[in-house]
Every structure is written in structure tokens, then in C-alpha cells.
Design a protein around this ligand. Structure first.
Ligand code: B12
Length: 163
């Protein structure tokens, strides 16, 4: 009699365990299917999930009103999963071969300093540099390796003077 009760409890526990696992698996499948659907659709950024770990829409704007050839070009990543600006720049360069940049690596604290966009180099002789501006046109507090653009943000690379 006691053994029967034990067997019954064991069967019930196993059933509950399997049901819970299945629930978790189907919930995570549902989540990943949703994320994939919003990405493959490549629709407006409202459909991207508003979280750093989820796909975002970010626009990269290259602006040079200082030296010839002048530039005012934008490229929008409609569904990027990159967290840091540098990753987004790499993704943009992969998507669009007219978007190009080169830089100098400093160290782990500072990361990469960007020297050129689309073949136009800043120079210390002319005292110019490619300033990085956030969505409010304010200089970012860190460089491309550590800046984390938000969903819907436009980041501007602006060739400017320092003195
Ligand atoms: C001068 C200076 C500049 C000058 C450097 C050129 C020059 N010849 O003067 C200019 C104006 C170009 C500059 C630009 C930027 N800078 Co600056 N800069 C400084 C400053 C005030 C002094 C650096 C220095 O001369 N050190 C002394 C020399 C002997 O050491 P060094 O290692 O050779 O210095 C070089 C590097 O610091 C490098 N450098 C300067 N800034 C930056 C930024 C990044 C991300 C990298 C990788 C390298 C780098 O240029 C220096 C000269 O070659 C520091 C603040 C400080 N007190 O350190 C901020 C500082 C290094 N810069 C900073 C930032 C954020 C930037 C920008 C990203 C700002 C922006 N939003 O556009 C840009 C870089 C954009 C790009 N194209 O990648 C931050 C970095 C913070 C961080 N932890 O990442 C600092 C610490 C200022 C701060 N906010 O506190 N910068």
C-alpha cells in the first residue's frame, strides 16, 4: 500500500517536472521566434524590442563640411543586435561597401580612435578630428569601442577642428 503511494507520488512529480520543462522550452521558442520575426521583416524600429540585448534601429551619419570632398551621408541599421558603436560600424561596412573607416588602437581603457571615414583622414597638422556626437548632437563621453547607442538614435561622425 505504502509502495503504491510512493509510486503514485513519483509519477505525479515526474509529470509535473516534464510539464514545467515543456512550458519553459515553448516560452523561449516563442520569444526567439518573435525576435527573429521582427528582424527578418526589417520593418520600422517600433517593432524592434526596446532593450540593449535586443535588436535596435541605429543611424550612422557621416558629416564633413570642412574639407573637400564634403560628405553628408546616412546609413540606417534597421535591426542590429550589436551593443557597441564599433560593432555597428563593422555591420554597416559589411552591408554597404561605401561606408568605410579606419582607426588606431590605443589601449583597453580607450579602445579605438577613428582616424578616417570614407577615405577622409583627420590630421593633427590641421588640428582636425572626427568627433562622435550622440542623438542630441552632444559629444559622446567615450569612443566607438565603448559607446552604446540606443534604439532609434542617430550617431553623427563630424569632421571638426580642435585648438
Ligand atoms: C587631447 C584629447 C583629445 C584630442 C587628441 C588630439 C590631440 N593631439 O590633442 C582630440 C580632440 C582629438 C580628442 C578626441 C576625442 N576624445 Co579625447 N581627450 C584628450 C585629452 C584631453 C588629453 C589626451 C592627451 O593628450 N594625453 C596625453 C598624451 C601624452 O597621452 P596619449 O595616450 O598619447 O594621448 C592620446 C590619446 O589620449 C588619444 N585620444 C584622445 N582622446 C581619445 C579618445 C579615444 C576614445 C581614444 C581611443 C584615444 C584618444 O589622443 C592623444 C594624443 O595622441 C583626454 C583627457 C585626459 N586628460 O587624458 C581626452 C579623452 C582621452 N578623450 C576622450 C574622448 C571621449 C574623446 C572623443 C571620443 C570625444 C568625442 N565624442 O568625439 C574623441 C575621439 C573621437 C575619435 N575620432 O575616435 C575621453 C575618453 C574617455 C574614455 N574612457 O573612453 C577622455 C579621457 C576625456 C574624458 N571624457 O574624460 N581627444
Amino acid at each position: 500500500m505504502k509502495t503504491d503511494k510512493n509510486i503514485c507520488s513519483l509519477v505525479l512529480l515526474t509529470f509535473l517536472f516534464v510539464a514545467t520543462c515543456q512550458g519553459a522550452v515553448s516560452a523561449s521558442l516563442l520569444w526567439s521566434q518573435k525576435a527573429e520575426a521582427s528582424c527578418t521583416a526589417q520593418t520600422s524600429f517600433q517593432q524592434c524590442v526596446l532593450c540593449d540585448l535586443h535588436p535596435k534601429e541605429v543611424t550612422l551619419h557621416v558629416l564633413n563640411t570642412l574639407i573637400v570632398p564634403y560628405m553628408d551621408e546616412s546609413l540606417t541599421l534597421t535591426c542590429t543586435s550589436q551593443i557597441f558603436l564599433l560593432g555597428m560600424m563593422q555591420e554597416a561596412a559589411t552591408q554597404d561597401t561605401s561606408f568605410r573607416f579606419s582607426g588606431t588602437y590605443f589601449n583597453l581603457n580607450l579602445g579605438w580612435f577613428v582616424d578616417a571615414y570614407n577615405g577622409t583622414y583627420a590630421s593633427s597638422e590641421d588640428q582636425t578630428y572626427w568627433e562622435i556626437l550622440d542623438g542630441n548632437m552632444r559629444p559622446t563621453p567615450v569612443g566607438v569601442s565603448y559607446y552604446q547607442p540606443k534604439n532609434g538614435e542617430t550617431v553623427t561622425f563630424n569632421l571638426t577642428n580642435y585648438s
